[in-house]
Write a protein that binds this ligand. Structure first.
Ligand SMILES: Nc1nc2c(ncn2[C@@H]2O[C@H](COP(=O)(O)OP(=O)(O)OP(=O)(O)O)[C@@H](O)[C@H]2O)c(=O)[nH]1
Ligand SMILES: [Mg+2]
Length: 578
């Protein structure tokens, strides 16, 4: 019995079209596509009005399976994700970049790298595996100089990419719309078939994993008379079948999947990486222009989170703790305040902990994300290290201005989007992974105290005089008004090596008594008695001279160091000496 002919296998690869505004992304998507989806090619009225792409546009190109993707029969489908280029739409670009397997960076060959080309390159390095550079508008190059101009720009792009993970990637020269807007539709694009061959050579079997929770990034939502409401989007994880219940977490509603289509073909099942239209009933499309749908209860809506992060090297300036950034978490962007922290200096060299956060260990608070431009810490200076020691991993606490719905372990990008978009500077500041979020609005009481981030406190004072072999009087460690009682019992260290314990206050001017359990060393007693003789000789009976010499601390040969930690979120502000 001949097996009924199974439909040919269609392998879907999502290809992002990114680049500076007006580089020709939409023209290229149109020139490459055989099928445009509902909102492809700037069909949306606002896009037409403004002549720019405002939202993700989807279209597809079908071609034969290339040999590296396994034996036929079957087809390779490139789903083209045409992203906006305008600087103010970078969140949409970030959202688009998270659903693609392969990225085309479109460059206007007459202009080269522009501001958003650089930002798209940064986003690509964070969110994509592979890239093809497309030098577009070659028809604008005079015929005689065209080849040499293309070679020159190709070399420039290779130089730009050499320190990135896309170094050596293919660079293809095309003209998606020779003659520009006025040219007749019939005008044939240049270099497009060569580009398709290059895309086929770069196509790879993306790691599709149908297991895990269903999660889909919805980019368009519209109603069809008599059918219901269709949500189109790309499946980010898991799979979905007819009849499944899917939740729209932003609206806290759950709907049953009534029917599904993939590029106008009815289907009963779709999985990670597929682009699909899901139809549900009784749902107003205006409620969800874009957003996430998922397995019910599988996402969390969080108020704060701990992330591991890396600074983006093109971002100029320090990443300051307490600063505010636009935080893109998954597919949503909200304002958030950051607090950076690192391992304790002794653990700077420990291996990176991927995708997990250990609440049982101490972390050192940092005034800023540590980078090679940071100023050396006290510790570095003491150890005579001039340049900054950098840990292998750093983290940040993010506190969102409004709660954000996202999957666990999702991508996080921090940007300074209020930067003037005409300033030729990269606004993307850092990227990372969301390790642990908290859904509790009162996270300051319930979540933060679990975060053992400490500040290292360092106080210096002097030994004023010896009482006996086991106790001395110290000064200048506390202000007059300090309540020394809270320091009683803390360990101190003399510069001559002895360990001491603060015993209590002494007199009214902030002096205090130190017990030396191991006893003073003879040379320390000598040092101190010599100093007190010098002082009594110099300032006999003359009080202000006495103050003079007491101010002149160089006469005080023995200093006292008090080191302790305080956990930033410890409501009792206890002082810890491990
Ligand atoms: N001469 C010439 N003009 C082109 C070419 N490709 C695109 N254009 C023109 O460049 C302008 C921008 O094209 P789009 O495709 O809208 O550029 P885009 O990158 O999608 O723009 P945004 O989406 O707004 O960032 C339009 O006027 C196109 O007609 C080309 O190969 N040659
Ligand atoms: Mg466009």
């Amino acid at each position: 019995m001949a097996a009924d002919s199974a439909p040919p296998r269609v392998l879907n690869v999502n290809v992002g079209v990114l680049g500076h505004i007006d580089s020709g992304k939409t023209a290229l998507a149109r020139a490459l596509s055989t099928t445009g989806s509902t909102a492809a090619f700037d069909r949306a009225p606002q896009s037409r009005a403004r002549g720019i792409t405002l939202d993700l546009g989807f279209s597809c190109l079908r071609t034969a399976l290339p040999p590296q993707l396994g034996p036929g029969p079957g087809e390779l489908q490139f789903t083209l994700v045409d992203c906006p280029g305008h600087a103010s739409l970078i969140r949409t670009i970030i959202g688009g970049a998270q659903i693609i397997d392969l990225m085309m960076l479109v460059i206007d060959v007459t202009k080269g790298m522009q501001t958003q080309s650089a930002e798209c390159l940064v986003i690509g390095q964070i969110a994509c595996q592979k890239m093809v550079v497309v030098l577009n508008k070659i028809d604008l190059l005079p015929e005689a100089k065209r080849q040499s101009a293309i070679e020159k720009m190709t070399k420039k792009m290779q130089k730009t990419l050499e320190n990135t993970k896309f170094s050596g990637c293919p660079i293809v020269a095309v003209a998606a719309k020779p003659g520009g807007p006025e040219a007749p539709e019939s005008e044939n694009p240049l270099g497009v078939s060569e580009l398709i061959e290059v895309l086929k050579s770069q196509a790879y079997l993306p790691s599709r994993d149908p297991s895990g929770h269903f999660l889909m990034a919805v980019d368009h939502c519209f109603s069809i008379k008599g059918q219901g409401t269709v949500m189109t989007g790309t499946i980010l994880s898991g799979s979905v079948s007819l009849g499944d219940n899917v939740e729209i977490p932003a609206l806290k509603v759950t709907k049953k999947v009534k029917s599904m289509q993939m590029f106008h073909t009815p289907v009963t099942y779709a999985m990670q990486g597929d682009r699909v239209g899901i139809c549900v009933t009784q749902f107003d499309p205006k409620l969800l222009e874009r957003g996430l749908i998922c397995t019910p209860e599988s996402l969390h809506t969080i108020h704060a989170a701990v992330i591991s992060l890396k600074k983006i090297q093109y971002f100029r300036g320090a990443l300051q703790t307490k600063a505010k950034f636009h935080i893109t978490v998954g597919h949503e962007t909200v304002m958030g305040r950051v607090m950076f922290f690192s391992p304790a200096p002794a653990d700077f060299d420990e291996e990176i902990q991927e995708n997990a956060f250990d609440f049982d260990r101490d972390y050192l608070y940092q005034e800023e994300y540590l980078s090679k431009d940071s100023k050396p810490s006290e510790e570095n200076k003491e150890n005579g290290q001039s340049e900054v020691q950098l840990p292998k991993q750093q983290w940040a606490l993010l506190e969102f201005e409004k709660p954000v719905t996202c999957p666990k372990l999702c991508l996080v990008i921090g940007s300074k989007l209020d930067t003037d978009i005409h300033a030729n500077t990269c606004r993307l500041a850092f990227h990372g992974v969301l390790l642990q979020g908290t859904e509790d609005k009162n996270y300051a009481e319930t979540f933060l105290p679990k975060l053992k981030v400490y500040k290292q406190k360092h106080k210096e004072g002097q030994v004023e005089r010896v009482i006996d072999d086991y106790s001395v009087i110290g000064r200048s460690l506390f202000k007059k008004e300090t309540n020394i009682q809270i320091f009683v019992g803390l360990k101190v260290k003399l510069s001559t090596g002895e360990e001491g314990i603060i015993d209590g206050g002494f007199g009214q001017s902030g002096k205090f008594k130190i017990r030396i359990p191991g006893g003073l060393k003879p040379e320390t007693k000598m040092l101190l008695s010599a100093a007190s003789k010098k002082k009594s000789k110099a300032g006999k009976g003359d009080a202000n001279k006495e103050d003079e010499s007491s101010k002149n601390d160089s006469a005080q040969p023995v200093t006292i160091t008090l080191l302790f930690k305080r956990y930033v979120f410890d409501t009792q502000k206890k002082m810890i000496q491990s």
